[in-house]
Design a protein around this ligand. Structure first.
Ligand SMILES: Cc1ncc(COP(=O)(O)O)c(C=O)c1O
Length: 393
Protein backbone atom coordinates (compact mmCIF):
# COMPACT_ATOMS: atom_id res chain seq x y z
CA UNK A 1 0.00 0.00 0.00
CA UNK A 2 1.28 3.49 -0.82
CA UNK A 3 0.27 5.43 2.29
CA UNK A 4 -0.64 9.12 2.44
CA UNK A 5 2.03 10.31 4.82
CA UNK A 6 3.96 7.58 6.61
CA UNK A 7 6.66 8.62 9.09
CA UNK A 8 10.35 8.19 8.30
CA UNK A 9 12.35 6.24 10.85
CA UNK A 10 16.05 6.88 10.26
CA UNK A 11 18.77 4.77 11.94
CA UNK A 12 19.82 7.98 13.78
CA UNK A 13 16.32 8.12 15.32
CA UNK A 14 16.78 4.66 16.78
CA UNK A 15 20.16 5.62 18.24
CA UNK A 16 18.64 8.77 19.79
CA UNK A 17 15.73 6.89 21.37
CA UNK A 18 17.97 4.15 22.74
CA UNK A 19 20.34 6.76 24.19
CA UNK A 20 17.44 8.49 25.95
CA UNK A 21 16.29 5.16 27.38
CA UNK A 22 19.81 4.22 28.45
CA UNK A 23 20.08 7.55 30.29
CA UNK A 24 17.33 6.40 32.64
CA UNK A 25 15.24 9.51 31.94
CA UNK A 26 12.11 7.80 30.66
CA UNK A 27 9.45 10.24 31.81
CA UNK A 28 8.00 12.67 32.50
CA UNK A 29 10.84 15.16 31.96
CA UNK A 30 14.58 15.04 31.32
CA UNK A 31 17.49 16.47 29.35
CA UNK A 32 16.22 15.29 25.93
CA UNK A 33 12.96 17.15 26.51
CA UNK A 34 14.80 20.35 27.47
CA UNK A 35 17.00 19.99 24.39
CA UNK A 36 14.04 19.39 22.03
CA UNK A 37 12.24 22.46 23.36
CA UNK A 38 15.37 24.59 22.89
CA UNK A 39 15.91 23.28 19.33
CA UNK A 40 12.28 23.88 18.41
CA UNK A 41 12.66 27.37 19.82
CA UNK A 42 15.50 28.05 17.41
CA UNK A 43 13.60 26.64 14.40
CA UNK A 44 10.36 28.49 15.18
CA UNK A 45 11.70 31.70 16.73
CA UNK A 46 9.48 31.30 19.80
CA UNK A 47 9.66 30.03 23.37
CA UNK A 48 8.40 26.44 23.25
CA UNK A 49 6.93 23.79 25.53
CA UNK A 50 6.65 20.23 24.16
CA UNK A 51 3.37 18.48 24.95
CA UNK A 52 1.66 15.12 24.53
CA UNK A 53 -0.27 16.18 21.39
CA UNK A 54 -1.22 19.11 19.20
CA UNK A 55 -4.74 18.84 20.60
CA UNK A 56 -3.42 19.26 24.17
CA UNK A 57 -1.46 22.29 22.96
CA UNK A 58 -4.59 23.90 21.47
CA UNK A 59 -6.48 23.18 24.68
CA UNK A 60 -3.92 24.85 26.94
CA UNK A 61 -3.22 27.57 24.36
CA UNK A 62 -6.85 28.68 24.36
CA UNK A 63 -6.92 28.52 28.15
CA UNK A 64 -3.80 30.70 28.27
CA UNK A 65 -5.55 33.23 26.04
CA UNK A 66 -8.30 33.43 28.65
CA UNK A 67 -10.95 31.45 26.77
CA UNK A 68 -13.60 30.16 29.16
CA UNK A 69 -17.28 29.30 29.43
CA UNK A 70 -19.54 31.36 27.18
CA UNK A 71 -16.72 33.00 25.17
CA UNK A 72 -16.85 33.00 21.40
CA UNK A 73 -13.91 31.64 19.38
CA UNK A 74 -13.70 31.96 15.59
CA UNK A 75 -12.37 28.88 13.81
CA UNK A 76 -12.27 27.79 10.15
CA UNK A 77 -14.88 25.18 9.32
CA UNK A 78 -12.51 23.51 6.84
CA UNK A 79 -10.14 21.85 9.29
CA UNK A 80 -9.56 18.76 11.39
CA UNK A 81 -11.86 18.35 14.41
CA UNK A 82 -8.92 18.83 16.79
CA UNK A 83 -8.76 22.53 15.82
CA UNK A 84 -12.28 23.03 17.17
CA UNK A 85 -12.81 20.49 19.95
CA UNK A 86 -10.69 22.29 22.58
CA UNK A 87 -13.06 25.29 22.29
CA UNK A 88 -15.79 22.95 23.52
CA UNK A 89 -13.55 21.43 26.24
CA UNK A 90 -13.40 24.95 27.71
CA UNK A 91 -17.16 25.51 27.52
CA UNK A 92 -16.75 28.21 24.87
CA UNK A 93 -18.72 28.56 21.63
CA UNK A 94 -17.11 27.99 18.21
CA UNK A 95 -18.09 30.31 15.35
CA UNK A 96 -17.22 28.60 12.08
CA UNK A 97 -15.81 30.62 9.20
CA UNK A 98 -15.71 29.66 5.53
CA UNK A 99 -12.56 28.91 3.52
CA UNK A 100 -10.79 30.84 0.82
CA UNK A 101 -11.60 29.25 -2.57
CA UNK A 102 -7.96 29.19 -3.69
CA UNK A 103 -5.87 28.41 -0.62
CA UNK A 104 -8.41 26.55 1.53
CA UNK A 105 -7.29 28.68 4.49
CA UNK A 106 -9.72 30.94 6.32
CA UNK A 107 -11.51 33.45 4.07
CA UNK A 108 -10.39 36.96 5.07
CA UNK A 109 -13.64 38.39 3.74
CA UNK A 110 -15.81 36.05 5.78
CA UNK A 111 -13.66 36.52 8.86
CA UNK A 112 -13.84 40.32 8.74
CA UNK A 113 -17.58 40.25 7.94
CA UNK A 114 -18.17 37.98 10.91
CA UNK A 115 -16.10 40.19 13.23
CA UNK A 116 -18.04 43.26 12.09
CA UNK A 117 -21.33 41.47 12.71
CA UNK A 118 -20.25 40.31 16.18
CA UNK A 119 -19.06 43.85 17.00
CA UNK A 120 -22.50 45.19 16.04
CA UNK A 121 -24.21 42.88 18.53
CA UNK A 122 -21.56 43.53 21.18
CA UNK A 123 -20.24 39.94 21.24
CA UNK A 124 -16.61 40.15 20.10
CA UNK A 125 -14.82 36.79 20.24
CA UNK A 126 -12.11 36.14 22.82
CA UNK A 127 -9.89 34.48 20.22
CA UNK A 128 -9.45 33.47 16.60
CA UNK A 129 -7.98 30.10 15.62
CA UNK A 130 -6.14 30.34 12.32
CA UNK A 131 -5.19 27.03 10.66
CA UNK A 132 -2.32 26.56 8.18
CA UNK A 133 -4.24 24.02 6.13
CA UNK A 134 -2.15 21.11 4.85
CA UNK A 135 0.92 23.23 5.62
CA UNK A 136 -0.14 26.35 3.69
CA UNK A 137 0.59 29.45 5.83
CA UNK A 138 -2.62 31.33 6.61
CA UNK A 139 -2.73 35.17 6.35
CA UNK A 140 -2.10 35.57 10.08
CA UNK A 141 -0.28 38.87 9.74
CA UNK A 142 -3.26 40.43 7.95
CA UNK A 143 -5.63 39.06 10.59
CA UNK A 144 -3.39 40.34 13.40
CA UNK A 145 -3.32 43.82 11.86
CA UNK A 146 -7.08 43.79 11.31
CA UNK A 147 -7.68 42.83 14.93
CA UNK A 148 -5.17 45.40 16.13
CA UNK A 149 -6.53 48.27 14.01
CA UNK A 150 -10.27 47.69 14.29
CA UNK A 151 -10.65 45.88 17.59
CA UNK A 152 -7.91 47.44 19.66
CA UNK A 153 -5.98 44.15 19.88
CA UNK A 154 -8.64 42.76 22.23
CA UNK A 155 -8.97 39.52 20.24
CA UNK A 156 -6.14 37.01 20.55
CA UNK A 157 -4.87 34.73 17.79
CA UNK A 158 -3.92 31.06 18.13
CA UNK A 159 -2.28 29.64 15.01
CA UNK A 160 -2.92 25.94 14.51
CA UNK A 161 0.27 25.10 12.64
CA UNK A 162 -0.13 21.39 13.43
CA UNK A 163 0.61 20.59 9.78
CA UNK A 164 2.96 23.47 9.00
CA UNK A 165 6.33 23.08 10.73
CA UNK A 166 8.88 24.30 8.17
CA UNK A 167 6.44 26.60 6.33
CA UNK A 168 7.06 30.34 6.44
CA UNK A 169 5.95 33.71 5.17
CA UNK A 170 7.89 36.73 3.96
CA UNK A 171 5.63 39.16 5.78
CA UNK A 172 3.35 41.58 4.02
CA UNK A 173 5.32 44.69 3.09
CA UNK A 174 2.18 46.72 2.29
CA UNK A 175 1.26 46.52 5.96
CA UNK A 176 4.50 46.55 7.90
CA UNK A 177 6.82 48.64 5.72
CA UNK A 178 9.91 47.14 4.13
CA UNK A 179 9.66 43.43 3.36
CA UNK A 180 11.21 41.56 6.25
CA UNK A 181 12.93 38.23 5.87
CA UNK A 182 11.24 34.90 6.31
CA UNK A 183 8.99 34.35 9.31
CA UNK A 184 8.30 30.77 10.43
CA UNK A 185 4.55 30.08 10.68
CA UNK A 186 3.12 31.34 13.91
CA UNK A 187 5.33 34.41 14.08
CA UNK A 188 2.34 36.77 13.90
CA UNK A 189 0.11 34.86 16.33
CA UNK A 190 -0.09 35.14 20.12
CA UNK A 191 0.26 31.38 20.42
CA UNK A 192 1.30 28.70 17.92
CA UNK A 193 0.67 24.99 18.04
CA UNK A 194 2.44 22.17 16.16
CA UNK A 195 1.72 18.45 15.99
CA UNK A 196 4.25 15.62 15.72
CA UNK A 197 1.86 12.71 15.38
CA UNK A 198 2.73 9.81 13.10
CA UNK A 199 1.77 11.47 9.81
CA UNK A 200 3.31 14.91 10.36
CA UNK A 201 6.42 16.40 8.79
CA UNK A 202 8.45 15.28 11.81
CA UNK A 203 7.07 12.75 14.23
CA UNK A 204 7.51 11.86 17.89
CA UNK A 205 4.97 9.05 17.32
CA UNK A 206 2.48 11.17 19.26
CA UNK A 207 3.21 14.66 20.45
CA UNK A 208 2.89 18.36 19.92
CA UNK A 209 4.22 21.69 21.07
CA UNK A 210 3.05 25.17 21.96
CA UNK A 211 5.05 28.30 21.23
CA UNK A 212 4.73 31.98 22.08
CA UNK A 213 6.92 35.07 22.03
CA UNK A 214 5.72 35.72 25.57
CA UNK A 215 7.80 33.60 27.94
CA UNK A 216 5.19 33.96 30.70
CA UNK A 217 2.56 32.19 28.55
CA UNK A 218 4.89 29.27 27.91
CA UNK A 219 5.80 29.04 31.60
CA UNK A 220 2.13 29.00 32.56
CA UNK A 221 1.32 26.29 30.01
CA UNK A 222 4.31 24.21 31.12
CA UNK A 223 3.02 24.34 34.70
CA UNK A 224 -0.58 23.45 33.75
CA UNK A 225 0.75 20.58 31.61
CA UNK A 226 2.71 19.20 34.58
CA UNK A 227 -0.35 18.79 36.85
CA UNK A 228 0.01 22.41 38.03
CA UNK A 229 2.55 21.27 40.60
CA UNK A 230 3.84 24.09 42.78
CA UNK A 231 7.64 24.27 43.15
CA UNK A 232 7.72 22.94 46.71
CA UNK A 233 8.87 19.62 48.15
CA UNK A 234 5.34 18.26 48.71
CA UNK A 235 2.44 17.92 46.23
CA UNK A 236 0.80 21.33 46.25
CA UNK A 237 -1.68 22.43 43.56
CA UNK A 238 -3.30 25.83 43.61
CA UNK A 239 -5.27 25.21 40.43
CA UNK A 240 -6.39 22.37 38.22
CA UNK A 241 -3.64 20.70 36.18
CA UNK A 242 -3.20 18.36 33.22
CA UNK A 243 -0.84 15.51 32.37
CA UNK A 244 0.14 16.90 28.98
CA UNK A 245 3.98 16.93 28.90
CA UNK A 246 5.86 15.09 26.15
CA UNK A 247 7.97 12.22 27.47
CA UNK A 248 11.75 12.52 27.47
CA UNK A 249 12.15 9.46 25.22
CA UNK A 250 9.80 10.84 22.56
CA UNK A 251 11.53 14.22 22.72
CA UNK A 252 14.79 12.45 21.79
CA UNK A 253 13.03 11.12 18.68
CA UNK A 254 11.78 14.64 17.94
CA UNK A 255 15.28 16.14 18.20
CA UNK A 256 16.66 13.52 15.85
CA UNK A 257 13.90 14.12 13.28
CA UNK A 258 14.20 17.89 13.61
CA UNK A 259 17.80 17.79 12.33
CA UNK A 260 16.34 16.59 8.98
CA UNK A 261 13.47 19.10 8.80
CA UNK A 262 14.81 21.02 5.80
CA UNK A 263 15.28 17.83 3.77
CA UNK A 264 11.90 16.46 4.80
CA UNK A 265 10.22 19.68 3.67
CA UNK A 266 12.12 19.74 0.39
CA UNK A 267 11.09 16.18 -0.46
CA UNK A 268 7.40 17.01 0.05
CA UNK A 269 7.68 20.21 -1.97
CA UNK A 270 9.30 18.29 -4.83
CA UNK A 271 6.60 15.62 -4.77
CA UNK A 272 3.90 18.30 -4.82
CA UNK A 273 5.62 20.03 -7.77
CA UNK A 274 5.84 16.77 -9.70
CA UNK A 275 2.15 16.07 -9.22
CA UNK A 276 1.20 19.67 -10.03
CA UNK A 277 3.18 19.72 -13.26
CA UNK A 278 1.67 16.43 -14.44
CA UNK A 279 -1.90 17.35 -13.45
CA UNK A 280 -2.09 20.98 -14.65
CA UNK A 281 -2.80 20.21 -18.34
CA UNK A 282 -5.76 18.09 -17.20
CA UNK A 283 -7.50 20.80 -15.23
CA UNK A 284 -6.46 19.32 -11.88
CA UNK A 285 -5.50 22.27 -9.71
CA UNK A 286 -3.43 22.26 -6.53
CA UNK A 287 -3.82 24.24 -3.32
CA UNK A 288 -2.76 27.76 -4.35
CA UNK A 289 0.29 29.24 -2.67
CA UNK A 290 0.11 33.03 -2.21
CA UNK A 291 3.28 34.82 -3.39
CA UNK A 292 4.28 35.92 0.13
CA UNK A 293 4.39 32.44 1.68
CA UNK A 294 6.17 29.10 1.28
CA UNK A 295 4.29 25.92 2.19
CA UNK A 296 6.01 22.77 3.41
CA UNK A 297 3.39 20.98 1.22
CA UNK A 298 2.75 18.57 4.08
CA UNK A 299 0.00 16.86 2.07
CA UNK A 300 -0.46 17.39 -1.68
CA UNK A 301 -4.03 18.58 -2.21
CA UNK A 302 -5.64 18.74 -5.65
CA UNK A 303 -9.04 19.88 -6.88
CA UNK A 304 -10.58 17.65 -9.53
CA UNK A 305 -12.97 18.79 -12.27
CA UNK A 306 -15.36 15.98 -11.30
CA UNK A 307 -18.64 15.56 -9.43
CA UNK A 308 -18.39 14.59 -5.74
CA UNK A 309 -19.63 11.05 -6.34
CA UNK A 310 -16.98 10.56 -9.05
CA UNK A 311 -14.26 11.94 -6.76
CA UNK A 312 -15.30 9.41 -4.10
CA UNK A 313 -15.24 6.51 -6.53
CA UNK A 314 -11.86 7.67 -7.87
CA UNK A 315 -10.48 7.49 -4.31
CA UNK A 316 -12.02 4.05 -3.84
CA UNK A 317 -10.47 2.82 -7.10
CA UNK A 318 -7.06 4.23 -6.13
CA UNK A 319 -7.35 2.24 -2.90
CA UNK A 320 -7.86 -0.97 -4.89
CA UNK A 321 -4.66 -0.05 -6.79
CA UNK A 322 -2.87 0.18 -3.44
CA UNK A 323 -2.84 3.99 -3.30
CA UNK A 324 -4.22 5.70 -0.19
CA UNK A 325 -6.31 8.75 -1.09
CA UNK A 326 -8.53 10.94 1.11
CA UNK A 327 -11.02 13.72 0.60
CA UNK A 328 -9.90 16.94 2.28
CA UNK A 329 -11.34 17.58 5.75
CA UNK A 330 -15.12 17.26 5.91
CA UNK A 331 -16.08 20.76 7.13
CA UNK A 332 -16.95 21.06 10.78
CA UNK A 333 -20.40 22.53 10.06
CA UNK A 334 -21.28 19.25 8.31
CA UNK A 335 -20.21 17.06 11.26
CA UNK A 336 -23.16 15.35 12.96
CA UNK A 337 -21.89 16.03 16.50
CA UNK A 338 -21.68 19.78 15.83
CA UNK A 339 -25.24 20.41 14.64
CA UNK A 340 -26.11 21.98 18.01
CA UNK A 341 -23.12 24.32 17.61
CA UNK A 342 -24.29 25.24 14.09
CA UNK A 343 -27.76 26.05 15.48
CA UNK A 344 -26.23 28.23 18.21
CA UNK A 345 -24.24 30.11 15.56
CA UNK A 346 -27.36 30.61 13.43
CA UNK A 347 -29.34 31.97 16.37
CA UNK A 348 -26.51 34.36 17.22
CA UNK A 349 -25.75 35.81 13.78
CA UNK A 350 -28.41 34.49 11.41
CA UNK A 351 -28.43 32.06 8.51
CA UNK A 352 -24.96 30.71 7.79
CA UNK A 353 -23.44 29.26 4.64
CA UNK A 354 -19.96 27.91 3.97
CA UNK A 355 -20.00 27.28 0.19
CA UNK A 356 -16.24 27.34 -0.40
CA UNK A 357 -15.55 24.76 2.31
CA UNK A 358 -18.32 22.56 0.91
CA UNK A 359 -16.72 22.88 -2.52
CA UNK A 360 -13.26 21.88 -1.23
CA UNK A 361 -14.76 18.84 0.47
CA UNK A 362 -16.67 17.75 -2.61
CA UNK A 363 -13.87 18.16 -5.13
CA UNK A 364 -10.44 18.03 -3.47
CA UNK A 365 -8.33 15.03 -2.53
CA UNK A 366 -5.07 14.41 -0.68
CA UNK A 367 -2.50 12.19 -2.37
CA UNK A 368 0.47 10.23 -1.00
CA UNK A 369 3.72 11.97 -0.12
CA UNK A 370 6.64 11.59 2.26
CA UNK A 371 10.32 10.71 2.27
CA UNK A 372 9.79 7.03 1.47
CA UNK A 373 7.70 7.64 -1.66
CA UNK A 374 9.90 6.55 -4.59
CA UNK A 375 9.92 8.30 -7.97
CA UNK A 376 8.40 5.16 -9.41
CA UNK A 377 5.52 5.25 -6.92
CA UNK A 378 4.99 8.96 -7.58
CA UNK A 379 4.70 8.19 -11.29
CA UNK A 380 2.29 5.33 -10.53
CA UNK A 381 0.06 7.73 -8.55
CA UNK A 382 0.17 10.29 -11.37
CA UNK A 383 -0.61 7.70 -14.03
CA UNK A 384 -3.52 6.20 -12.12
CA UNK A 385 -5.09 9.58 -11.33
CA UNK A 386 -4.73 10.80 -14.92
CA UNK A 387 -6.09 7.59 -16.39
CA UNK A 388 -9.17 7.76 -14.20
CA UNK A 389 -9.79 11.46 -14.70
CA UNK A 390 -9.41 11.16 -18.47
CA UNK A 391 -11.71 8.16 -18.57
CA UNK A 392 -14.46 10.11 -16.85
CA UNK A 393 -14.07 13.54 -18.46
C1 LIG B 1 -5.02 20.97 11.68
C2 LIG B 1 -4.75 20.07 12.86
N1 LIG B 1 -4.98 20.54 14.08
C3 LIG B 1 -4.74 19.79 15.17
C4 LIG B 1 -4.24 18.52 15.07
C5 LIG B 1 -4.08 17.71 16.32
O1 LIG B 1 -2.78 17.27 16.54
P1 LIG B 1 -2.54 15.90 17.36
O2 LIG B 1 -2.92 14.76 16.51
O3 LIG B 1 -1.07 15.96 17.66
O4 LIG B 1 -3.36 16.00 18.60
C6 LIG B 1 -3.95 18.00 13.81
C7 LIG B 1 -3.35 16.66 13.64
O5 LIG B 1 -3.84 15.64 13.55
C8 LIG B 1 -4.24 18.78 12.66
O6 LIG B 1 -4.01 18.29 11.44
Amino acid sequence: MIYLSPPQVHPDDQVAVLAAMASGWLAPVGPALDAFEAELGIVTGQHVVALSSGTAAIHLGLKALGVGPGDLVLVPTLTFAASLNPILYLGAQPIMIDADPETGNVSLQDLSDCLAQLARIGRLPKAIIVVDLFGMPAPTQVIRDLVRDLYDGQIKILEDAAEALGSYSHGNSSITGPTPDNYPVGHFADITVWSFNGNKIISTSGGGALGAHDLAIVGQVRKWATQSKEPVSWYEHQEIGYNYRMSNVLAALGSSQLTRLKDLVLIRQQIYDRYAEAFAPNGIVGQSEPSDVVSNRWLPVFRLPLAHSVVLSLCATLATDGIECRSVWKPMHQQPYLQGVVNQQVSLIGLQQWPNSDHWFRHAICLPTGPSLSLQDQQFVIDRVLTMVNTVV
